[in-house]
Design a protein around this ligand. Structure first.
Ligand code: BGP
Length: 474
């Protein structure tokens, strides 16, 4: 039996900074990534998104390839500094026009546009005012969101406020490897609360406009990382370590946007350790007033957890920008550490390949948050794809990866999990934030030697066939 519903959203995803390029064109302001990626040693061989894959100028060709692929939906992100070059002030009509044209082009082929408001490219002008540590950002974000709803909400019915709050917050403020390069866990905890408030405020702005019939109704939610945790052994210590991990990396980020609260044990832990986050009167009421319409999940891998003694390894051991993976043990001393599972395969970047974790993660999400629709907003394999002498891009490992993960989806749907769509990361080869262009994810290849020519990979044809049969060919 083929359980994929008839209206299943077979999709693919990208994000503005990773594909657009044109970083100074048509009035765009600079983002924190435009500056950070130019700092010596910040990214693999200094790779940046100045030109990326030039999607800004080639979006028509790219959308044609999406249409031929048979995509039902395309997830992209809007670059905030294209819309508000200095974060505030007047909106930039040329930035608005680009996204408006992109949306029209998608609709021309019947492809559902799924828009993410924040995929990490904060206007540098707002970073200069304190970035996400400044509560004024809540209002700035709400204004930007409102502008997008008013400009595009007649045509976009699927909205994602933030992409992966855990990553830009923890990598940016705790581990110091994303902008703004801060290493201070207390500040990371403070930022997480402010970002949650910004998310809630944007949701309210959306609902208000729908209520006032200024825009057509749709769905608004958030895309979180799902990095399902499993204890490496059945020992009580490893099981307890896994519970702490789930609290810190999963519940801390999901609960506020889905339940309007923080997990009590971890809140207590942060309050005792840092007297953070600073929760003001009205904050929790705001979080509670803005439930999401769906849960977006980005799943790549699972984590295997072990007990970590109080003088054990810390999170700073993470190394994400190597030629290939060099992920060492990392963790929170006294609580947990992530370890390698010898029984599981890993990608060249040391990411575990574990489709079971996608299935188990969706089940845990349903247990905790109920029957909200789920969209898998990202799933894919980062690899170095060989090229045959005839010029064919050989990405059979990607096909195997996608197939196994889609089988996990099939199983979940079979068991009644309301999975409404699946987005391959990524539609096209693009910039991997810290790993440059050598870590490929696309079902479409980009020839970086021959002027960014596009070429279909084996996985493109495989996915095309799968969509055509609504998943029956899996
Ligand atoms: C997610 C991001 C994406 C994408 C992906 C792959 O965390 O939302 O933007 O980059 O991970 O990660 P990486 O490029 O580091 O391999």
């Amino acid at each position: 039996m083929n359980p994929f519903p008839d209206d299943f959203l077979w999709g693919a995803a990208t994000a503005a900074y990773q594909v657009e390029g044109a970083y100074q064109d048509d009035g765009k302001g600079l983002s924190i990534w435009d500056l950070y990626s130019h700092l010596p040693g910040a990214t693999y061989q200094g790779a940046n998104g100045d030109r990326a894959v030039d999607h800004y100028h080639r979006y028509r060709e790219d959308v044609r390839l999406m249409a031929e692929l048979g995509l039902k939906a395309y997830r992209f992100s809007i670059s905030w500094p294209r819309i508000f070059p200095s974060g505030a002030g007047e909106a930039n009509p040329q930035g608005i026009r680009f996204y408006s044209d992109l949306i029209d082009e998608l609709l021309k082929y019947g492809i559902v546009p799924v828009a993410t408001l924040y995929h990490w490219d904060l206007p540098q002008a707002l970073q200069d005012q304190g970035g996400w540590e400044n509560r004024a950002l809540i209002e700035h974000f709400a204004r930007y969101a409102k502008t997008c709803f008013e400009q595009f909400g007649d045509r976009v019915r699927h909205w994602i406020t933030f992409n992966e709050t855990i990553n830009f917050i923890m990598l940016g403020y705790r581990d110091g490897v994303h902008p703004p390069g801060v290493r201070d866990e207390k500040r990371a905890v403070e930022v997480s609360h402010i970002v949650n408030l910004a998310h809630a405020q944007a949701v309210l702005e959306y609902r208000k406009r729908v209520r006032e019939k200024k825009i057509a109704g749709g769905m608004i939610g958030i895309a979180h990382v799902l990095l399902t945790g499993f204890p490496i052994s059945e020992s009580a210590e490893d099981v307890a370590a896994c519970e702490w991990y789930e609290e810190m990396d999963f519940h801390w980020f999901y609960d506020p946007s889905l339940q309007g609260r923080y997990p009590p044990r971890l809140l207590q832990y942060y309050q005792a350790r840092f007297q953070a986050p600073t929760v003001l009167d009205g904050d929790m009421a705001l979080l509670q007033s803005a439930p999401s319409d769906f849960i977006g999940i980005n799943y790549y891998q699972s984590a295997f957890l072990a007990h970590n003694p109080a003088d054990g390894v810390g999170f700073a051991a993470i190394n994400v920008s190597g030629e290939q993976g060099t992920q060492k043990d990392s963790g929170i001393p006294g609580l947990f550490k992530r370890v390698r599972n010898p029984n599981v395969a890993y990608t060249p970047w040391d990411w575990s390949i574990y489709p079971e974790g996608l299935y188990a993660g969706m089940k845990r999400i349903r247990e905790r948050y109920g029957d909200l629709p789920i969209l898998i907003t990202e799933n894919g394999l980062g690899d170095k794809d060989p090229i045959s002498p005839e010029g064919e891009i050989l990405d059979a490992p990607r096909i195997a990866y996608l197939r196994e993960h889609l089988r996990a989806c099939q199983r979940a749907i079979d068991e009644g999990i309301p999975l409404a769509g699946y987005f391959v990361w990524s539609f096209i080869d693009l910039l991997s934030w810290l790993n440059g262009y050598q870590k490929q994810y696309g079902v479409v290849y980009v020839d970086r030697v021959r002027d960014l020519q596009r070429k279909k990979k084996q996985s493109y044809f495989w996915y095309q066939q799968l969509i055509q049969t609504n998943g029956a060919a899996l």
